[in-house]
Design a protein. Structure first.
Length: 195
């Protein structure tokens, strides 16, 4: 990532292909820097990197964390699907509500809310209260499966390649993002994503 952002003046699909790490499944990853850096990246560099990646790949997924300073970049343009990932807890619901209300209130299906580590038996709130707090229903619920998460971490195998409830939820999200959900699944309320 650091090299790509430093070389944006000559960044193209060829250079980007040399900077990514390719997984056996066909996924290409542009890894984050191994150390924190004090340098400030111009927003134009991020836009250039996103533009080159979108030309080179069918799907581009960016983990922007909670970088609201990037809101004015192409990462958050109107055609981008934003996944707001949160958990069902008081502080998490409050923060998610603030994010939706301040930054994403005009988005429709391009904002997808993901409830992570979702365990219905341990919820502090019912579904109605969760929807009220988020100002809209959550589209995705990734179950809390500590054993599966630990197993994949210890074996360094990708979560989606091992059968678990988490993997099934992530695969459904990926199919939806790629527009590959069957009509049967789509009728269950999943959103179809635009490319």
């Amino acid at each position: 990532m650091a090299n790509a952002l430093q070389l944006t003046d000559r960044l193209d699909a060829g250079l980007l292909s040399k900077l990514v790490v390719k997984h056996g499944t066909g996924l290409s990853v542009l890894a984050s820097p191994s150390e924190f850096t004090d340098s400030i990246t111009p927003l134009e560099s991020i836009d250039k990197l996103v533009s080159v990646a979108r030309e080179a790949y069918d799907f581009v997924v960016v983990d922007a964390g909670s970088r609201i300073d990037l809101l004015n970049t192409s990462l958050f343009d109107k055609s981008a699907i934003i996944y707001l990932i949160t958990q069902v807890g008081i502080s998490e619901m409050l923060n998610a509500n603030r994010m939706v209300s301040k930054f994403f209130f005009t988005r429709d299906e391009t904002l997808q809310i993901v409830l992570n580590r979702y365990k219905p038996s341990d919820l502090l709130f019912d579904e109605k209260k969760i929807t009220e707090a988020l100002t809209r229903p959550a589209q995705w619920k990734v179950p809390d499966d500590y054993a599966a998460a630990r197993r994949t971490r210890e074996t360094s195998s990708p979560m989606v390649l091992v059968d678990s409830a988490i993997a099934r939820a992530i695969r459904e999200m990926a199919k939806s993002a790629a527009g590959l959900l069957t009509e049967k699944n789509a009728k269950r309320g999943f959103f179809r994503f635009l490319r």
